[in-house]
Ligand binder design. Structure first.
Ligand code: MTE
Ligand code: MO
Length: 504
């Protein structure tokens, strides 16, 4: 085998085993992260302002995997370089490159939100392991050469198998350890406090009769997830606390037990992401359980010049909204979602929910601190990245069924979907098929203006190709406008439409 090739394999093996070792060590302490995750976190911090247009691609549901893969790919490319240098006898070059990688990873690690100096541990372990494995491989090679031959394919396979087995067991051990230390079990065991008054059960859900229509309550496992977290924060209620600080006369601090011992109430509220495209899936409705935010803020006694409420996540994310938003609406610190403790992905153990505001300016998950401050002093995470400082949810409507591009057979077809405009409510939804007239759709009964409203209409479909469009009117009488406006900087506008083919 050529020395170059051998070098590539040595480098890749050494760095891979090093990374696995770093990952394993990262599970030992909640303020430590795997080097790859820390590097990814820094990409998320700094890249969006440069490639603003692609933010949703970066933070969307699937592309975190892409980001992590990209980092691993780059690291592997560098590791091949390291291995080749080492086997070519340029040990200094190899060590310097390793040192540079460690420096990058070390800097990335100490910049994590909960990091301290000890957070360098995974990086150091990765580095030491990499160097150790590289030297071990180098020694094996020399051994074979001293015996007059060179490392055979067979020997190399053996070496690779040993390292593979070590890595696989180490990462399995890491998984087992991190599962043991996750709060999954603790979350299930939590008995949520009872509200003074339970909200009534909503009227019969039309989605039961209309296939394809979104159910009124989005099940937690289907609820959209958007955040900048590469690994979901794993917070135990035993260590968790929430402080209310900043421009207040009476700073407050609550443990989980103290917070959930306060009066709690239920709220049916639809939350939406500003990055939701027309007709997109980044919106959901839930029955939230929580503590009134206005009561807490009043108790903290904001100073007269405070004008912004900033939520801080455990992982460093921030979102701020006007103090004046607390105009009597049911903003809350939520601890429950659809009858369960908040799922880990949705902010366990506590998050903010403010009816009528997009998530990026309000809905801080893994909430640990609320700061009263001023807009001219502090900006939330997305504001310096080009998104609007104030962002009420715009009136939107979506066709759930028929799905775009489907072929349906002629006859009576249900056209149905959801429309939302929290906190204004929805007063009318109209549907247009082809060049036909706007027809007023049936609206599900709802109990609050903070939720979406399901709508449906029967269509006597005849053979042909059609474009179906929908528009909603909010509770203030404003009709959703046709003019397309992109999601940046404060939410998309325009009508949702789908094309369908009706067959005879
Ligand atoms: N800690 C934290 N909270 C966050 C975010 C985040 O990136 N980190 N994203 C916000 C955004 S942009 C949205 S749209 C909502 C989404 O909430 P969900 O994931 O529960 O649907 O959470 C908000 N809260
Ligand atoms: Mo969002």
């Amino acid at each position: 085998m050529s020395s170059k090739r051998l070098g590539s394999i040595f480098g890749a093996l050494a760095v891979l085993v090093g990374l696995v070792a770093g990952d394993l060590v990262a599970t030992f302490n909640s303020s430590w992260s795997s080097p790859v995750i820390s590097l990814g976190n820094r990409v998320i911090d700094y890249v969006p302002s440069v490639v603003k247009k692609y933010v949703i691609e970066i933070f969307g549901l699937y592309d975190k995997v892409f980001l992590v893969s990209l980092i691993i790919f780059i690291v592997l490319a560098i590791s091949i370089f390291i291995g080749r240098a080492y086997t070519a006898g340029q040990e200094k070059k190899a060590y310097l490159t390793i040192a540079a990688m460690l420096a990058a990873s070390g800097v990335a690690s100490v910049l994590d939100a909960q990091a301290n100096l000890s957070s360098l541990a995974p990086t150091l372990v990765s580095g030491v392991t990499t160097i150790y494995v590289l030297r071990w491989l180098g020694a094996k090679k020399k051994e074979s050469e001293a015996e007059g031959g060179s490392l055979t394919r067979r020997e190399l396979l053996k070496v690779g198998a040993i390292l593979g087995a070590v890595s696989i067991s180490a990462s399995a051990l890491g998984k087992a350890l991190s599962q043991k230390t996750t709060v999954a079990g603790e979350r299930i065991a939590i008995a949520l406090p009872k509200p003074l008054k339970f909200l009534a059960k909503p009227p019969a859900d039309p989605a039961l009769k209309i296939p394809g229509l979104s159910p009124f309550f989005t099940p937690n496992e289907d609820f959209y997830r958007i955040d900048t977290a590469l690994s979901i924060p794993n917070l135990s209620v035993d260590d968790w606390s929430l402080e209310i600080v900043g421009m207040v006369k009476n700073p407050l601090k609550f443990t989980y037990a103290q917070l959930s011992a306060r009066p709690v109430f239920e709220l049916d509220d639809t939350i939406a992401c500003v990055s939701n495209e027309i007709g997109g899936p980044l919106v959901g409705n839930a029955r939230w359980l929580g503590v009134r935010l206005d009561d807490l803020i009043r108790e903290a006694q904001p100073t007269p010049d405070a004008d912004q409420i900033m939520g801080y996540s455990y992982d460093g994310f921030t979102a701020g909204f006007p103090l004046a938003t607390l105009d009597g609406r049911d903003a809350m610190i939520a601890i429950g979602m659809n009858g369960e403790a908040l799922p880990a992905a949705h902010g366990f153990p506590a998050r903010i929910i403010v009816p009528g505001l997009y998530g990026y300016v309000s809905a801080t998950k893994w909430l640990v601190r609320i700061e009263l401050t001023r807009f001219d002093k502090k900006q939330g995470f997305w504001i310096s990245r080009g998104w609007s400082e104030r962002a009420p949810i715009k009136t939107q409507s979506r066709i759930d069924t028929p799905a775009p591009g489907t072929q349906i057979s002629a006859g009576t077809v249900a056209i149905a979907g959801v429309a939302w405009a929290p906190t204004r409510g929805i007063s009318k939804v109209e549907v247009r098929v082809g060049r036909g007239p706007w027809r007023v759709a049936n609206l599900a009964e709802v109990m609050a203006d903070t939720t979406w409203r399901q709508w449906w209409i029967d269509w006597d479909a005849k053979a042909g190709d059609y474009i179906i469009a929908v528009r909603a009117t909010d509770g203030d009488g404003n009709v959703q406008s046709e003019q397309y406006v992109p999601i940046e900087p404060n939410g998309a506008e325009g009508w949702h439409s789908v094309n369908v083919r009706v067959l005879v």
